[in-house]
Design a protein around this ligand. Structure first.
Ligand SMILES: [Cu+2]
Length: 196
């Protein structure tokens, strides 16, 4: 083997493992994507669930509809009578809304992640961007949460055995402080229920 051929062989040997290492995570990601699509396919596209949202004093604050899409669950919340300003908005782990709504548990977090879109090990699958309520106190919010599902076969299903709840907080979520983004008291809550 001449010197050039030898160096070329060394170069191939050193690049080889580097390529293999680069490929490995890519294959892992591919597998995860396939799993997500399979879970989504198990839930009928267009399947819905709903929640009636009430305050701690029993006041009606509107309703939310959850629709299975090809890329997660579309949340449409038609909200009324809320204090103006930004509010944290999350899925919580238990479908129970007894005031002051501690019954809903922490954020829906089946994968034991950290809270927040800005957290290195985040977010919780139940994390949703803040809602901004205008002076009127009424607003309609639409957002696709790409993590959750309405499929009973998904580990991230909103319709698990003990259910889930959607919760509105007194203040805004800072998107980084574990476990709840410092968004304060729970001012409204609705149990997610499968539509008949
Ligand atoms: Cu919350």
């Amino acid at each position: 083997m001449n010197k050039t051929a030898f160096l070329a062989a060394v170069a191939v040997l050193s690049i080889g493992p580097a390529i293999a290492q680069t490929d490995a995570p890519a294959e892992g990601e591919g597998a995860a994507t396939e799993t997500t699509q399979a879970e989504t396919a198990a839930a009928e596209i267009g399947a819905t669930a709903t929640a009636t949202i009430k305050g701690a004093d029993g006041a009606d604050h509107g309703k939310a509809t959850f629709t299975q899409t090809n890329s997660g669950v579309l949340i449409r919340a038609e909200l009324t009578g809320l204090p103006p300003g930004p509010h944290g908005f999350h899925f919580h782990t238990t479908g129970a809304c007894e005031p002051p709504f501690e019954s809903a548990g922490g954020h829906f977090n089946p994968n034991n992640a950290k809270h927040g879109f800005l957290a290195e090990a985040g977010p919780h699958v139940g994390d949703i961007p803040n809602i901004e309520v205008p002076e009127s106190g009424n607003t309609t919010v639409e957002h696709v949460n790409a993590f959750v599902s309405l499929s009973p076969d998904s580990g991230n299903t909103l319709l698990d055995e003990d259910g889930t709840a959607i919760v509105i907080h007194a203040g805004p979520d800072d998107y980084k402080t574990d476990p709840s983004g410092q968004s304060g008291d729970r001012i409204a809550c609705g149990v997610v229920a499968a539509a008949p």
